[in-house]
Every structure is written in structure tokens, then in C-alpha cells.
Design a protein around this ligand. Structure first.
Ligand SMILES: [Zn+2]
Length: 178
């Protein structure tokens, strides 16, 4: 099949790409070892950095995270009745899926600012200390979710990370000033 610009893309994301796991993995099921998820993530980062530089590699990860956040919101969190309901569902789903343990340290509903922490984070907990935060995908992921929830554009930055010696990841999320 040929893919022509503007008509069809080879890798456009659709939730269906996650597959029918019951059918596809009747014996192995829907779990794998976390090391293997990290093996894919950190080798992909290595190649992206070699090809595009570290800043661009981070940007690509943030963008992918943002796309995943939007999709995650629509498939797993939509229909929330308000901010409290949203936070509760967000926390429960992250725990249930083994992504991390979310706490909302600060939430200013008026300004839309949040400080969130994620403990036992999928991407970084247990990594060597590196003196810089690594959870760029999570920055985008949180951004995408908050944007879908609120309809505002967000800026999300990880300010503490397991990799900066903090043992929990901390994200500051603020509405972008236009
Ligand atoms: Zn982190």
C-alpha cells in the first residue's frame, strides 16, 4: 500500500493499535516486564538523540506524550463530572494500570495551576541519578490530559525526578498565557 501525503499516514495513532490482547495473547496476557518497556524507551531515546540532538529528542517525547494524554483522556477519563471526580479517576487509573502513584499537592482551580507528584513512576523510578529529570514523555502526557479536561493550553514541567535524587517526580502545570 502506498501512503500519499494528506491522504493517509502509515503510523497515525488510533486506539485500536493497542490491539485485542485477549485474542492476541491468550497465554501471555496483557503484562510484560517493566525492564522491557524501559529497554524500548531508552534505546529509542538514544537513537533519537544521535539523529536529532537531545533537545529535539525531548521535544519528540513531549509531543508523543501529549498525544497519548489526549487519547488516554478520551478513552479512560472522559465524562468526569468536575475537577474532584477527574482527579479521583486520574489517580485510580494510573494506579490500576501500574503507571504511578499520583498525588495532587496543589490545585488552584481559579488559575488552573497544579502541582502533581508521581511516585513509583513507570519511566524513571529506580534509574541511576543523572542530575537532570527524564520524564519528558510524562510532561506531555499530563499536558494532553489537562488540556482535554479543561479546554485550556498547558505548560507542564517536571521539577523533581527520581533521577535528580528526589525519589518522586514532581510536575508543575500552568495554563499557557497567550
Ligand atoms: Zn521523573
Amino acid at each position: 500500500m502506498r501512503y500519499i501525503m494528506g491522504q493517509s499516514r502509515k503510523y497515525e495513532f488510533k486506539w485500536e493499535l493497542l490491539g485485542d490482547i485477549e485474542k492476541g495473547r491468550p497465554n501471555l496476557g496483557n503484562t510484560t516486564r517493566l525492564e522491557i518497556y524501559r529497554l524500548m524507551q531508552y534505546t529509542l531515546r538514544d537513537v533519537l538523540e544521535q539523529r536529532y540532538g537531545d533537545a529535539e529528542a525531548d521535544k519528540i517525547f513531549r509531543e508523543a506524550g501529549r498525544l497519548s494524554g489526549r487519547e488516554y483522556y478520551h478513552h479512560l477519563l472522559s465524562g468526569c463530572t468536575g475537577m474532584h471526580d477527574f482527579i479521583r479517576k486520574f489517580q485510580e487509573s494510573l494506579r490500576e494500570l501500574g503507571i504511578g502513584i499520583l498525588r495532587v499537592e496543589e490545585a488552584d482551580e481559579l488559575s488552573g495551576s497544579f502541582t502533581l507528584t508521581v511516585a513509583e513512576d513507570l519511566d524513571c523510578s529506580g534509574l541511576p541519578e543523572l542530575n537532570y529529570p527524564v520524564c519528558t514523555f510524562d510532561e506531555g502526557f499530563i499536558r494532553g490530559i489537562l488540556e482535554e479536561m479543561t479546554g485550556s493550553e498547558y505548560e507542564v514541567r517536571e521539577v523533581d525526578c527520581w533521577c535528580t535524587g528526589d525519589r518522586t517526580c514532581r510536575f508543575e502545570a500552568n495554563v499557557r498565557s497567550s
